[in-house]
Structures are given as C-alpha cells and as structure tokens.
Write a protein that binds this ligand. Structure first.
Ligand code: GDP
Length: 481
C-alpha cells in the first residue's frame, strides 16, 4: 500500500471513529401511570422483548419495529445506569417472580428507578450508514409513580389554599370509615398550642390511613400529597408528616396564619407543607422530569371501570392533573420554573389481554375519549401525542366458542385470585365515557389474570405481548434510522 492510500485509509478510519462516537445517540424514556396501571409489568415485558430481539439469528417477536423487521438490530445489552442516586429497576427480580412456581406478578412501582440498555444497530440510510457499520442508541428507562405528578398543583398553592381544596373533597373522603377518626383528631387540635411532634405524627398517620383506604379499598386515585401514598425513601420523615386542616373555613385559616406563633401546630404544619413543596416536589421536576425526552403514561381503564362511576370520574380527574405536567407551552408556569423537553408523549391503555380482540379497539376509543375530556382543560402543543392499547405481558389466549349457533370471542387464562383456569367472555368495553344511565344499569367485572403459565417449566422464558413493537416504533423508530 502506498503512502497516499495509507494516509487516506487512516483518515477514513479516524472519520469513522469520530462519527461513531458522535452518532451514538441517547434517549431517556420515562414511564409513569397511577398505581396498578402496569408500570413494572410494562418495563419488565419491554426489556425482556428488547433483550430477546438483540440475540442474533432468533426469530423476532417484534415484527412491526422497523429495526428488527429490517434485521438491523445487532445486539441489546444492559449497561451501568448513569445516576448513582436512583435505585435500579429490578429487572432480574421481576423476571424471577414471573418464572417462580407458582408464577407471580412482580412487585409494583413504589419509587423512582431506572435501567440503561445499549441498542447496537445498523443505521438505515444517509451519511451515518456510509461511514459506520454500527451505531449505538443508549436507552434509559425511568420508572416513577404517577401519583408524584399529582403534586404539581402544590407548586402554585399556599398551605391555606391546599387545605381549602382538600376541604372541598370531604364528601368523597367520607366514604371511608377512617374519615371520622381523622376529622375528630383535627377538631381536638388547638392550632395555637406549641406543636408536639408525637401529636403531628399521630394525626398524619390517621390521614395516611385515610388516603390508603380511599386508594386501596375504595378505588379512588386522587391523593395529596402523592408521597404520602408512595413515600419511597421519605417514609417516616417529617417531610411527609403533615395533613390538611380541612375542618377550617378560609377565614379561620387566614386568622391562624396571622395570629399563631412560630412554634405553634399551625406554623409547623405550614412549614412542613412548604418544605415538601420546595424540597420534594420541585427537585423531582428539576432533577428528573426536566431530563426526560419521551414519556409513556400507562392507563388502566379496565380496573377503573370495575370500581364504578365515582371512582372512574376520580381517575379522569387524576389523569387530567397528570397531563398538566406535560402542558408546558411558553406561558405555562412549569416552563417558567423549569425547562421540560419531552417531545413525544404516549398514552397507553394497558392490559388489553383482559378483553377479547374485538373489544380492543373500543378500549383505545375509550382512552381517546378520556383524553379528549381531560384535554379540554389542557393543551399539549409542542409535544407529539399518541395513544395505543397494549399488553406488556400477555397472560391470556384468545379463543372462539359457539353458543346457540353463534361464534363468540373469549379469553382463556388463570384467574389471579385462585389460579383456576377459566374461559370467559369478559364483556363489552364502552367506546365512550359511560353516561349516568349506563352506570345505573350495569357495572363492569373484568377479571384479573395470573401471569402466563408457559413460563413455569422454561429455562429461557418467552413472554408474549400485544403491540409492544408498534410502541417501540413510535418511541424509538426515529432514533434508529
Ligand atoms: P404498577 O403499580 O404501575 O407498577 O403496576 P404493576 O406493573 O405492578 O401492575 C399491576 C397489576 O396489573 C399486576 O400485578 C398484574 O396483575 C396486572 N398487569 C399489569 N400488566 C399486565 C398485562 O400486560 N396483562 C395482564 N393480564 N395483567 C397485567
């Protein structure tokens, strides 16, 4: 090889290496949703499918994802996560639960966690494909409770405003047998007295029990402060040890704020509220939310339908509040406080394997209707918004049975409560938000299923899904061109 061609080769190789470094891309995809919406199952199913898709010479389980369809994906591997202060998403633990005997659904999201994958692929076209055989997309997946986004309004509310808002929700809170005890404790509290840490702890515990009961037993979704339901590493700290004074009128609240001394119950509660806003809510938006590139919001409409009309409406309200976090046009206060940069927002109706195939489009239409309702108040301009109906880990099989000469679609699976194998017609999913008459006539009873059975005996488990490939194409397609 002569000097000129040697030099040219060297230059080409250097260009390649510089290009490879500069073409390595990075995307942070956050996953949220209210408790039970399916975040843990979703991330587990997604990572499982991604790792499988990266194994060479294996048939792809993601046919609608262009990079796999075009056989341009060379490998997918886990990498060390970048943020040392955030827990790791426990993928191994989740897979272990699913493959245990008997198999169990993994433990639900309680806190923020993350996981990093490197996706090695062949660029499709353009300059990149000429110089690089391979590029790498670094994918960070961040999981966090949707309840944390319900705290967004607190950024604009004083403690008194917030107490007043909670007071307006008393009718709903009274549906819990725990309301009375909390309310009586409030009545006995002299807010001008010197604060006693034990008393505050006791009453905050009563408030937490009330919120938990409303959430877990009565199917309500709206709970503030969000960290009282899912405190994560704040559990037991004064930061989540306070409560609303919902027994007071606005005038009485104002009176207390003007007349109570620094160390009084009133002032301590107000300080803790402000501390929570400044040291918990704001840092979440500043340190995490602002660094997400793309966001998946999971919505479990089926469970909300099962709970009934009041709870379903409550979920709509919670969803509407969650969406406000993504409304950051120029004039929005969130944009003024921080600078979020999410460019794709995907709402996914989860657990579609609960229902028959012919009902899946209804679930999607219902989700769209729910979003239309909630988006009347908020605008998501500047963000590309999409909706889908998915199942991250398919726990049922579809079937058809004949009844009175008619073919009826059914689903087959094991019931979650007793692992009994059932073949059922789960019922129709409404295409639109059900009206009052509808709720009066009938309720919903969508059955919850145990994880898929096929895993029990398998060394290399193979999870099935519904439309994760479609979802991956939407979320990552442009990053892998
Ligand atoms: P999280 O609180 O958002 O983390 O919710 P999880 O991921 O823990 O899901 C809550 C429950 O929903 C699980 O325990 C399962 O019973 C159910 N689930 C979640 N995803 C699916 C799915 O794709 N199919 C089925 N059949 N059930 C699911």
């Amino acid at each position: 090889m002569n000097f000129v061609s040697k030099t040219l080769n060297k230059a080409k190789n250097q260009t390649k290496s510089v290009l490879r470094r500069s073409t390595d891309r990075h995307v942070r995809v956050a996953v949220t949703g209210l408790s039970g919406s399916g975040k843990t199952a979703f991330i587990t199913g997604l990572v499982h499918q991604l790792l499988k898709a990266g194994i060479p010479n294996q048939p792809s389980n993601l046919p609608l994802w262009h990079v796999t369809r075009e056989q341009r994906l060379y490998g997918v591997e886990r990498e060390l996560q970048p943020d040392l202060a955030i827990s790791s998403f426990d993928y191994q633990g989740a897979m272990k639960s699913l493959t245990d005997m008997p198999s169990k659904w993994p433990t639900s999201t309680r806190n923020i966690s993350e996981l990093r994958l490197a996706l090695h692929y062949q660029p499709e076209s353009g300059l990149l494909s000429k110089f690089t055989e391979r590029s790498t997309l670094i994918l960070d997946i961040i999981d966090y409770p949707g309840e944390w986004l319900l705290d967004l309004p607190l950024l604009q509310l004083s403690y008194n405003d917030w107490c007043q808002q909670q007071s307006d929700k008393q009718a709903l809170m009274k549906s819990s047998p725990h309301f009375e005890e909390f309310y009586q404790a409030l009545l006995k509290l002299d807010l001008h007295d010197k604060a006693d840490a034990g008393d505050i702890e006791r009453i905050a515990k009563l408030y937490q029990v009330l919120l938990m009961d409303l959430f877990n037993e009565r199917g309500y979704y709206l709970a503030q402060p969000g960290r009282m339901l899912l405190p994560g590493d704040l559990a037991g700290s004064p930061m989540v040890t306070w409560f609303p004074l919902l027994h007071l009128s606005p005038e009485e609240l104002l009176f207390h704020s003007k007349t109570s001394s620094k160390d009084s119950f009133y002032q301590v509660l107000q300080n803790r509220y402000q501390g929570y806003v400044d040291q918990v809510v704001k840092p979440f938006y500043r340190n995490h939310f602002c660094h997400f590139d793309r966001q998946v919001v999971l919505v479990d409409s089926l469970t909300a339908l099962n709970h009934g009309q009041l709870q379903f409406n409550d979920m709509l309200q919670a969803l509407s509040q969650i969406i406000e976090s993504f409304q950051f046009g120029k004039s929005n206060f969130l944009r003024r406080l921080f600078s979020p940069k999410i460019d794709k927002l995907l709402f996914a109706a989860t657990k579609v394997d609960h229902i028959t195939r012919n009902q899946q489009s209804n679930l999607l239409q219902l989700l769209n209707d729910m979003l239309r309702e909630t988006q009347q108040k908020v605008s998501l301009k500047g963000c590309d918004v999409e909706t889908m109906a998915i199942s991250a880990i398919k726990a049922t099989k579809h079937g058809v049975v004949e009844s009175n000469g008619q073919k009826i679609e059914v689903v087959k699976g094991r019931k979650l409560d007793n692992y009994e194998q059932v073949t059922i017609f789960p019922g129709d999913v409404p295409k639109r938000l059900p009206k009052l008459d509808f709720w009066k006539q009938q309720g919903f009873q969508f059955v919850n299923f145990a994880p898929p059975l096929t895993l029990e005996s398998e060394v290399q488990p193979e999870l099935e899904h519904i439309r994760l490939d479609h979802l991956l194409q939407y979320l990552l397609g442009d990053k892998l061109e």
